[in-house]
Design a protein around this ligand. Structure first.
Ligand code: ATP
Length: 234
């Protein structure tokens, strides 16, 4: 589905991510883990086309997308729920969903909106509310829902559980599992490593932009050195 080959990206001459190679199989969840500043968000934003690719390649379904502008990547099937959610706070929930579905024919809107609402019924009760008036959990659901409106094949989510109550985190993680069952490929950035390991198929750990560990989630959970050094688990 997605192949990162020696991806190096950053800001000006600064390299936030150095030489990252990672392959995402269709219908799987990959967790990108690491401390603050490790380069997780930069990786997602580079795949989406918002952070400059310095070297290496990004192939999506076998096609080199490294030079494509962000909207073209969305059209190919790549969507992101970014760090901080970046909702249109003065627009209603429904209009935020509408923006997410802008690349789709207008006639798809009711069906795609209803699919998001079946995943997150709470949003159905808040359709006319301004996004800025939603709770943190509702905003996270809306950010994911807005990304899903583009009918992506690959969904990238930055900091899924940050600042959310455990009940809402459960709900979001159940949604991810459901989406994977439907065949969606997911790349998840998390600081909450326990949660991420509980659903991930594959794990990649970054430290200061470099890959320090990559493998199955099962092996990650069993590796005591990895757990203590990088994942904050004991
Ligand atoms: P966090 O959880 O804190 O967001 P992260 O693992 O997602 O951490 P990034 O946000 O990708 O890390 O940051 C990686 C490096 O790039 C850091 O050193 C950060 O200071 C730097 N960086 C991030 N955004 C910018 C920017 N817009 N301009 C310059 N440097 C940046």
């Amino acid at each position: 589905m997605l192949e990162l080959k020696n991806l190096t990206c950053g800001y000006g001459t600064f390299e936030a991510v150095d030489d990252l190679s990672l392959t995402l199989q269709p219908g799987t969840i990959t967790a990108l883990l690491g401390a603050n500043g490790a380069g997780k968000s930069s990786t997602l934003m580079c795949i989406a086309g918002h952070v400059q690719l310095h070297r290496g390649g990004i192939a999506f379904e076998g096609r080199d997308i490294g030079a494509l502008p962000p909207p073209d990547r969305v059209r190919l099937g790549l969507a992101i729920s970014p760090e901080g959610r970046r909702l249109f706070k003065d627009l209603s929930v429904e209009d935020n969903l509408r923006v997410g579905g802008m690349i789709r024919p207008k006639t798809d809107f009711p069906q795609d909106r209803d699919k998001v609402l079946s995943l997150f019924p709470r949003l159905g009760e808040r359709l006319a509310s301004l996004a800025g008036n939603l709770s943190g959990g509702e905003q996270q659901m809306l950010a994911i829902g807005r990304a899903l409106m583009a009918r992506p094949k690959l969904l990238m989510i930055d900091e899924l559980s940050l600042g959310l109550m455990p009940k809402v985190i459960d709900l979001c993680y159940r949604a991810l599992q459901k989406l994977r069952e439907e065949g969606l490929t997911i790349l998840l950035v998390e600081q909450n490593t326990d949660r991420a390991l509980s659903v991930a198929d594959q794990v990649c750990v970054l430290e200061s932009g470099r890959t320090v560990w990559r493998g199955s989630a099962q092996d990650a959970a069993r590796d005591p050195d990895l757990a203590a050094a990088y994942l904050g688990l004991h």
